[in-house]
Each structure stands twice: as structure tokens, then as C-alpha cells.
Design a binder for this molecule. Sequence first.
Ligand SMILES: *Cc1c(COP(=O)(O)O)cnc(C)c1O
Length: 473
Amino acid sequence: MDHLKLPEHGRPEDDVLESLKGFAENDPNYREGRTWSLVYHLDDAHDAFTAKAYGAFSSANGLNPAAFQSLKRMETEIISVLAGLLHGGPDTCGVVTAGGTESCLMAVKAYRDMARKTRKVTRPNMIIPATAHVAWFKAAEYFGVKARLLPMNSDLSTDISRLKRMINAGTVMVLGSAPEYPHGTIDPISEMGQITRAKGVPLHVDACVGGLILPFMEKNGVELPEWDFRVPGVTSISADLHKYGYAAKGASTILYRNLDLLKHQMFVYQDWPGGVFASPALLGTRPGGAYAAAWAVMQKMGEDGYRKLARDTAEAVETLKAGIADIKGLRILGNPQGPLLAYGSSDPKLNIYAVADQLEQAGWNVNRVQNPAGIHCMVTAKHLGVAGEYLSDLAKAVDTVRANPDLAKTGGAAAYGMMAHVPLRGMVKSKVLDIFAEMYRAGGGNLQLDEGKAPGLLERGMARYVQWRSKRG
Ligand SMILES: *Cc1c(COP(=O)(O)O)cnc(C)c1O
């Protein structure tokens, strides 16, 4: 196939911007709160404000923190505010990263290298809850640190009864989440901290999603278990600014109890022909715009702004929890205490993924969880305005699925049903890789999945696979 060419003559700016607007036409509808993942949106005015702050520093580069003092100042101030919010001590320090995944990767790299240097660990492992964010599994693969899992209890909380015995000479870190992504449950950080402290092993708390909302929920009077630097064993925390901080995409933080820990995250190479090089995290060029937008949003919000957002979010969560409890056949999964929740079916005859398909038909952008099966809601302040409509569509969806049990054999429900079969589980990975690879074939691939927007691409890809397999018998 022929590759695209640049326009022979450059196009007028307005014309180009008009094209971009057109591209967005089929994107998830987050402006009206129809999207339950991926986007933390307040309103267009807020987006315009972050864009202004971003634009003012979009060429600025945080690569060398000594060059752009403006960016270093923003980074220092952002980290300092976070250190206070998370009850860090006077030595608590950190780095602004480009996202939660970078923050998680950096913790694994830092603790692996620390163990290598101080304890000569050559075959590192880390102990993480089964509910840990997928970024930790990515880090394990990237950095060659074996992930050993803490299983779930029957209530989906993390089972730490074996944690003490699991920690061995090769354990470079232990992880807890506040909260974990799949069900919004906060791990027993205090208990974990006692164990890791006694064993002399670092404990990282993944508060990527909770870090900018749990502190404000607590200030609003919501009772939460202690999970931050108040827990003596906690050595580091990751917290995303581009989630409940409502910053522009591309901003997260990782904080360490002290500089001795953070040092192991840093990279220095003194013999490069391009010059002596030092870097605090994964990226080379670091996007100044994202720092400026994050700093600006924090100043714009202030304590009262974030508290209001946390209050509205908590109210939306409570509305959803109560509404879901009122619908026969549904149950909340785990013990969600923050802004996330998931619910599943308590009736074997009600297929929750078929319910998800119906919600998508009704124009909601739905996220599915598995083991156990459920529908996920990442709730923001914006959702307070649509929670009622969502619940009424959910009740209708449940009725529809009850009246048409065959819906469980179509769409996303069929794909997930197929994936649940143990013999096919191993094929899921290779098939998903195929779908992804196809998207990245030169020219964007040919998935021919554009019959509609819903359900999501992977589900549609899997559904086609099911059809194909059932034809082959
Ligand atoms: C979102 C999230 C991450 C990863 O953050 P990204 O910004 O998406 O890279 C890590 N951990 C948890 C608990 C999260 O919710």
C-alpha cells in the first residue's frame, strides 16, 4: 500500500483545526458524562484554562531541571503540596512524571536497583495484590522483577495472611493500592506496613487514582483507613494529577519518604559523547506544558475546590451504590470506599456483560471487569448530574436482558463468555495481541469492525473470533 504524504503545500491553521474537530466526532462522549473511564472532565471552560497554561509552556523542556527554572519550580511546588496532602515528613521528596504508569515503573526500577546495590539481590521479586493495576505487571515484565501475587479474599479484599512468609531475600518491594482499580477497595496498608517494616522491605502505595481525592474526602469527614505516609512502613506513593487532580493528560507524581530512596530512581551516564547526562525518571524530554497545566489547575482549585469536587463525587458514588442495591439481581463488588466501584450479577440467570452491552446501546461508554464479572464505574464530580439517568437506563438494561437471555450469546457478552472458558484462556493473549498488532500494521490495519461504535474494539474483535471459531466447530 502507499504511505500517506504530507500535503504538498502547508494548510491554513483554521483548516487543520477543523479537520481535528472532525476526527473527534466519534470519540467517547465525555462532555456529557457518558464515559465511565479514561476521562476526568469538568467542563469546557476548565479545559480551555488548562490548554492556556499548557500552551504557555508547550515548548519548554524539563529534561534538564537546571535549564528551565520555571518548570523545576512548578515541579518542586507540586511535589511539596502532595507531600503535605499525603502526610509526608520534612524529607519527603519526589518527581513529576508523565503518567501513573511511569510512576509505577519508576518505583519498581528504584527498589530493584536499591536491592541490587544494598543487598546484592540478583533475582528480584515483588509481592503485589492480585488486584494491582496492570502497570505493575508491565513493570514486572519490563524490569525483570518477578511479580508474586497476594490472592483475593472472598470479599475481594487482599489476603495478606501469607505476606510475612512470602517476603524472602529476593523481595525488593511490596505493593498496596489506595484504592485498587478493579473494585475501588483500599488495601490494608497499616497492617501491610507493620509487616514490611519488621522485615525491612519497602512498601509502595499505588494511589495513582486515589491520591488527589481520598485526602479531600477525609477532610470532608469521610472515614477512611490510613493509607498514606502516616503509616510508618510506607516508603513511597504514586499519585496521578491527570486523574482526580483534573490536570491535563501527562502528569503524575511519585513521592518517596526520603532522598536516599529516590536516588535509586535516578539515571546518570557520564561518558556519552553528547555530554554528561542525568535524568530523574523514565522520559528524556519532559513536557513542560503538562507541568504548567497541573500547577495551574492546583492553584485554580485550591483546597475548597478539590473538597467540593470530592463531595460531589462521593455523592454521585452514594447515589449509584444505593441505586444499584435497589435493582434486583445486581450487587456491588468488594468494598469500594473511594471514587471507583464495580457491580456484578447476583443472579446466575442475569448475564452482567449482556447488561453492559445494553448500556452501550443506550449511549454509555462502559468498562468491564472480570474474575468476577462486572461493570466498572470511575465516578467523577461530573457524574453527579447523570447518575439518575444512568440508573434508570441500568434498570431498563437489566429488564431487557432478563426478557432476552439469548443476548448473553452476542456482542461483548459472547466474547467475555468465551474468554472465561479455561481451555481458551491462553489463546486470549495471543488473539488480543493479533488484534492489537493489526491496528498497528502499516496504514492502521484492516479490522473491519466499524459496524458501530459499541461495544469496544477488543470486545468486537473477540466477538468476531468467537463467530469464526463456532463456524469452524
Ligand atoms: C490509572 C492507574 C494507574 C496507571 O496510570 P496511567 O496514568 O493510566 O498510566 C496505576 N495505578 C492505578 C491504581 C490506576 O488507577
